[in-house]
Structures are given as C-alpha cells and as structure tokens.
Design a protein around this ligand. Structure first.
Ligand code: APR
Length: 230
C-alpha cells in the first residue's frame, strides 16, 4: 500500500465556520497573538488566555466537519494514510480519519503546567483553580509561539516516507510546519488545495506539484476522486 500524508492548515476547517489566521478576517483580530498564544502571555494574564481558548472550545461544540474532512476518510481504504494537521480542532477525527497527528495540540485536551505528561480530555471551560491530579494548574494543550513542537519529528518521518502528499488550506508560512515538505524524499506527487495558494521555497523545488486553486469542500473531493482512480 502506498503511503499518503495529508498536511492540513486552518483553511481545511474554514468552511466549517472556524476562521483562519492570516486571511483578512483572521481570528487573532482584536488580540495581540503574543497575549493569547505565548508563554509570556500566559504568565502575564492567564485569565485572558483561558477565556480565549474557552471561547474557541465552546465554538468547537457548535461546528461540524465539512465535506472536505469527510472525503478524506475514503482514502484510508487504498492508502496507508496519516493526517498531519496544524489545526487544534477535532474535525478530521469527527470526519472519519483515524490516524491524525496534531502538530499544534488539541483544543479538547488540557495538561498540567508542571507535569506536561499529564494530559486530560477536556470539553468544558477551563478556569483558574482547575488542577491536575498533583494539584497544579491546568493549561490548554496547545503549542504556543516560542514553544517546541513535540510531534515534529514524528511528522517529519511520515513525510520522509510518503509516496503522495496532499496539502490542504495552509499558507505554508508558519515554521516549522511549513518546512515539513522539505523532508519529502520519495514522494512522486504533491497536491495543494487552497483558494489562495502560496508556493514557498520547499514547494517550488518539487517538480510534480499540482495546485488546485479551490476551497476545501470543492478541491478535496475532486482530488480524492482522482486518487481513487489511480
Ligand atoms: N479552503 C481551503 N483553504 C482555505 C480556505 C478554504 N475554504 N479558506 C482559506 N484557505 C486558505 C488560505 O488561502 C490560506 O492559505 O487557508 C490558509 C490559511 O492560512 P493560515 O491562516 O496561515 O493557517 P495555517 O497555515 O494553518 O497557519 C499555521 O499558524 O497561527 C498559527 O498555530 C497557528 O496552526 C496555525 C499556524
């Protein structure tokens, strides 16, 4: 079975109603990114940070996977498939993908501020005073700016081994995730679905790149149909 690695960004979930970061109506509007998504911001005003993620967690209960998420699950029948997502929502899982690696963490998880290995499922609001089993404050299980990306090595190994790569809805501008395609060694084909694609240095080096200039709900089912025919 060929190996397929699917790299997704905020655009994947845009049509489910979750705003992207770098488009005009980006989520960070009204918030300095460093205030709500950095260790410094957390130290300065943890209530603000918790409130920001509580709002996003509440929103995630209201949204559904779109036809792009759903189309991807069929690929598992014919490819050894891994989804590597920069998204912190669970829409890939709810859309039927079973092997999802979350590079930037997960909104429905929290972890101890003192014992990072203590990670818990968390669907409700997180507040000051909510603690881990050892009595330490919990924080969102999200990779903030300036923090290491623990799943990066695993993701790079997946890309290294990929025969086909499918990129969906990412500006490919935020490192280290944007550099992942640079690990491709044997991929014979790369698809890139995005209505406003940005071809970065790594992508420009890849010869057999097919850009599908369309939103995920249109572009992804078309690529899936194409791949099912191969
Ligand atoms: N379908 C597909 N792609 C879309 C759609 C859509 N309906 N709408 C917008 N897009 C594309 C945009 O053209 C853009 O290229 O989604 C991309 C979103 O880019 P970013 O907002 O930069 O999102 P992403 O690449 O996931 O950002 C990476 O940045 O802020 C951090 O940690 C955050 O994970 C995030 C990371």
């Amino acid at each position: 079975m060929d190996k397929l690695v699917i790299l997704t960004g905020a655009g994947m979930s845009a049509e489910s109603g979750i705003k992207t970061f770098r488009d005009d109506d980006g989520l960070w509007e009204g918030h300095d990114v460093m205030e709500v998504a950095s260790p410094q911001g957390w130290r300065k005003n943890p209530e603000l940070v918790l409130d920001f993620y509580n709002q996003r967690r509440r929103q995630l209960h209201e949204v559904e996977p779109n036809s792009g998420h759903e189309a991807l699950s069929a690929l598992e029948d014919i490819f050894n498939t891994t989804v590597v997502t920069q998204n912190v929502d669970d829409l890939h899982e709810r859309g039927g993908s079973s092997n999802v690696l979350h590079l930037h963490g997960e909104l429905f998880k929290v972890r101890s501020t003192q014992h990072p290995e203590l990670v818990y499922d968390w669907k409700e609001d997180l507040n000051i005073g909510d603690t881990c089993e050892k009595g330490h404050q919990l924080r969102p299980h999200i990779v903030w700016f300036g923090e290491a990306v623990p799943m990066l090595e695993e993701a790079a190994l997946e890309v290294l081994d990929a025969d086909i790569i499918l990129i969906i809805g990412s500006s490919m501008q935020v490192y280290p995730a944007a550099g992942l395609v640079g690990f491709a060694q044997k991929a014979r084909k790369i698809y890139y679905v995005d209505p406003n694609p940005s071809i970065n240095y790594e992508l420009s080096l890849i010869a057999d790149l097919k850009v599908i200039d369309a939103p995920a709900t249109q572009g992804v089912p078309a690529v899936v149909e194409d791949l099912m025919r191969v």
